[in-house]
Design a binder for this molecule. Structure first.
Ligand code: BGP
Length: 462
């Protein structure tokens, strides 16, 4: 035995409501349900969110499978568009409440710790059409109301909550780089949304504390941290990387943990004349309602160089004004997803949290490798031999372990995802699970990595 993890380490996996449940019995539509309706061709093979992995109907069998492969924790999200009937009053839909109750109870019955996220990109479309979604402060209040309902209904059993999953992706996808509906390019709105989501998260945390739910549970946020590595040690490259880091990491990380936006970010946006509209009272809410623990999603690093190509600013300000992405020669790629593989980044993240963020308790809430056409790796017994995934996980865990040995306060590792699930635009193109899903039959079969994690979880290491 070489690599042993701390006692009670979380060996788990993560999915989200909209990516696994299917829209069975859902009373409202979220932005992705709506987008698929109006533009199905945008989704890989035209597979939409209606069925996904059928978790709404098969949660019992699915959770049993998770148990079988040794998982002791599982993150999913509640769909606002399933649980809440009336967004203004946060009146609860009975069927929605019953479903999430069942899921939580089933986890506990199987000794799996449920970790519940309140928002995983799935804004109800009604709140977008009425109010402009996260552009609106009113929506931040509605979010807090919805959050309170979740705490009231489930906090007796849910001990770990997270407000948002990857909130910067909402900013990037909806307002800058056009990969989430409504695919706008609007820097000013992007900046306001970034602020409003920070505020929404803090308001939910405030309500959590005021309702004394913190006596029985903890609350955090899940951020996709993409360490920014400069091309070289030149001052210009380093400055460019720092600026990218301000936008894409620190704009949520600093507020979540320290309760404040980085001064440099505020100055830069003020100088550009596009700083968000906020009040002193809101600054107080953000200041006083920081997280108990952090979830870190890590897939790929960000390589940055000083600005070389002029950015198209005809549509207004874009963060890309200050840096270029750098295609580092020889970098190791996952060709299916087009993402760089750089496991050492997990160590860098661990040390950054330890040195610069008060060594707050944290866990890896997502990491994983999406691979296309995995059936070609099936052996004669029908098991997918995904040794590449095992190697990928091991390498990441080795670097994580080094960070833990050096004192970083990491308490778990969740793979994206337990069972192959649907994805934003890519639908079922890339498979990530420990467990394979046959889309035609909905049959679920443990992959070799699922057998591996079972052993690893049992031994608490490898
Ligand atoms: C993260 C999201 C997940 C998931 C994962 C894999 O950013 O939190 O929802 O989808 O990435 O990415 P993709 O599905 O785009 O390949």
């Amino acid at each position: 035995m070489t690599t042993q993890f701390p006692k009670n380490f979380w060996w788990g996996a993560a999915t989200s409501g909209p990516q696994s449940e299917g829209s069975f019995n859902k009373i409202h539509k979220n932005v992705f349900d709506y987008w698929y309706e109006i533009e199905p061709e945008a989704f890989y093979d035209r597979v939409g969110p209606a069925v996904t992995s059928n978790f709404y109907n098969s949660y019992k069998e699915d959770i049993a499978l998770m148990k079988d492969i040794g998982l002791n924790s599982f993150r999913t999200s509640i769909q606002w568009s399933r649980l809440i009937k009336d967004f203004e009053t946060a009146e609860v839909d009975e069927d929605g409440a019953e479903f999430y109750n069942n899921v939580i109870n089933e986890c506990l019955k199987n000794n799996i710790t449920p970790v519940i996220t309140l928002h995983h990109f799935d804004l109800p479309i009604e709140l977008y059409s009425k109010y402009g979604g996260w552009e609106s402060k009113h929506v931040t209040d509605l979010f807090a109301k919805y959050a309170v309902k979740c705490f009231e209904l489930f906090s007796d059993r849910v001990k770990y909550w997270t407000t948002f999953n990857e909130p910067i992706v909402v900013v990037e996808g909806q307002y800058l780089y056009q990969f989430h509906y409504p695919k706008l390019v609007d820097g000013r709105k992007a900046v306001q949304v970034l602020y409003n989501i920070n505020l929404a998260s803090a308001k939910a945390i405030k309500a959590f504390r005021e309702g004394n739910f913190n006596k029985v549970s903890q609350i955090g946020i899940v951020l996709n941290l993409t360490p920014s590595y400069p091309r070289s040690n030149s001052e210009r490259d380093i400055k460019a990387a720092e600026t990218a880091d301000l936008f894409f990491n620190r704009s949520f990380l600093d507020t979540a943990i320290k309760g404040e936006f980085p001064d440099k970010l505020v100055k830069l946006l003020s100088d550009e004349g596009i700083l968000w509209k906020g009040s002193l009272e809101e600054a107080e809410i953000i200041k006083n309602n920081t997280i108990d623990f952090l979830g870190v999603n890590f897939y790929q690093p960000r390589r940055i160089k000083a600005k070389e190509t002029p950015v198209d600013l005809t549509k207004g300000w874009m963060p890309d004004k200050y840096f270029d992405n750098y295609d580092m020669p020889g970098r190791r790629m996952n060709p299916y997803r087009g993402w760089e593989i750089y496991p050492k980044a997990l160590y860098d993240i661990a040390i950054n949290i330890k040195n610069n963020y008060g060594n707050i308790p944290w866990y890896v809430s997502e990491n994983g490798m999406g691979v296309q056409d995995e059936e070609r790796f099936k052996n004669s017994e029908g098991r997918i031999e995904d040794d590449y995934r095992i190697d990928f996980i091991k390498e990441h865990l080795e670097w994580l372990h080094k960070g833990i040995e050096e004192g970083s306060n990491c308490f778990g590792y969740h793979l994206w995802t337990p069972i192959d699930c649907w994805s934003w635009l890519n639908a079922y193109k890339n498979r990530y699970g420990y467990i394979a899903l046959d889309l035609e039959t909905q049959k679920k079969t443990v992959k070799k990595s699922g057998c591996w994690i079972k052993e690893t979880s049992k031994k608490n290491g490898f």
